[in-house]
Design a protein around this ligand. Sequence first.
Ligand code: DC
Length: 222
Amino acid sequence: MGPSPFIIVAIDGGAASGKSSSSRILAEQFNLLHVDTGSFYRHLTAELLRRRVPPTDAGALELTLAALEFSTQIDGRSARMLVDGAPAGDDIRSQDVNSMVSHYAAVPAVRAALLAYQRGQREVAQQHNLRGLVMEGRDIGSVIFPDATFRFFLHADPLERAKRRAAEGQTDSITERDRLDSSRKASPLTCPQGAIDIDSTSLTLDQVVAKMAALIAPALTA
Ligand code: DC
């Protein structure tokens, strides 16, 4: 038996669809780097809000984005994005960021600024001798890693998702974010052709993870 291959697991889905919880568990179970790209968009949004650069000001956005430096810090098995050397603060889960992140994420220049950085997480995982990476977001299986070993798409009823966010003590405009994320021109939230669709509405987190793990495990022992 040769060395196990490096695998990439892409998990896309709407807000509060269970992406973060399931990818974190899979990362632990299979020794993968966990990459939450939503946190990258949130961190960048918080930074742009702090600098008072609105998503509508193309010129200022371009100048600001060109000057920002992204690097990565590993925290356990999770990749944390640093912007100009600084980690994200708690404000990335604030109501301000929740309500603005989809507006920034719809701007092609913002997406372009994060594209190479996100793809570079493959090398980060390799440098840390991990067996692969599990990356969650909206366009991972469609744009970032269309050739991923596994591409999952998570669905859940909006009411159930709102309950999950409320249980986390968060106020989040889930349906409004999904509407903006699905209707934007640049890399919209969509289930890519060939992705494995999982409806988690009536499944427990363990059941969702078990479905994914059943497919991933054989690939790592091949
Ligand atoms: O996963 P999340 O809810 O924390 O993501 C926050 C926002 O970031 C989401 O509403 C849209 C944007 N996003 C994106 O456009 N593309 C990604 N790959 C990940 C997140």
